[in-house]
Design a protein around this ligand. Structure first.
Ligand SMILES: [Zn+2]
Length: 179
């Protein structure tokens, strides 16, 4: 693979991961590393062996709404947590939304229709688009930091420690009163 192509892919991977991270961090209280992973997950199709064929190709199965729904259903079954599922939906949804705008599009109706991939044909991973996406993600992170600084600064361990150090007020029991 030529160097230009490698750099293009690395830039695209970093953008998808960062957008997923920023969305989860900015919109939920879930660990943003989930966004980092699920924001990139659809592009794991680059790892499929070439001889597997459709739909195990790039922009195949892992870039379909059906895959995203299945993944989120699995996530909910494992965690039983709506916030985690919502966070996962934001991350993987952002990947599909961005890719759907590119010339290659995504197969919205897989497996009912495998050729329908309407697209605006935008160069979503061009330097300009990449800069805009990164600025939007950074803006979201900054907004979150301004909106909820106190929440982010108080780690859960501090709250626990404070709770544990609060001593209950001793109350005299009946036997003490009799003495
Ligand atoms: Zn992709």
């Amino acid at each position: 693979m030529e160097l230009g192509r490698v750099l293009f892919l690395l830039s695209a991977f970093a953008t998808h991961s960062f957008i997923g991270y920023a969305l989860v961090r900015g919109c939920t209280d879930v660990d943003p590393r989930l966004g980092l992973v699920l924001g990139l997950l659809p592009d794991s199709d680059f790892l499929f062996p070439a001889d597997w064929g459709w739909p195990f190709v790039h922009r195949g199965l892992t870039h379909t709404p059906l895959f995203a729904i299945g993944l989120l259903a699995g996530l909910y079954l494992v965690n039983r947590n709506r916030s985690v599922t919502l966070a996962g939906g934001l991350a993987i949804g952002s990947h599909l939304a961005i890719d759907s705008l590119s010339p290659m599009g995504i197969r919205w109706l897989f497996p009912l229709k495998t050729t329908w991939n309407p697209s605006l044909g935008l160069a979503v991973h061009s330097p300009t688009a990449t800069a805009l996406l990164w600025m939007a993600a950074l803006g979201l992170l900054a907004f979150r930091a301004i909106q909820r600084p106190s929440h982010d600064r108080e780690p859960a361990t501090d709250r626990k420690h404070k709770h544990e150090t609060e001593q209950p007020t001793p109350t005299p029991d009946a036997t003490t009163e009799l003495e």
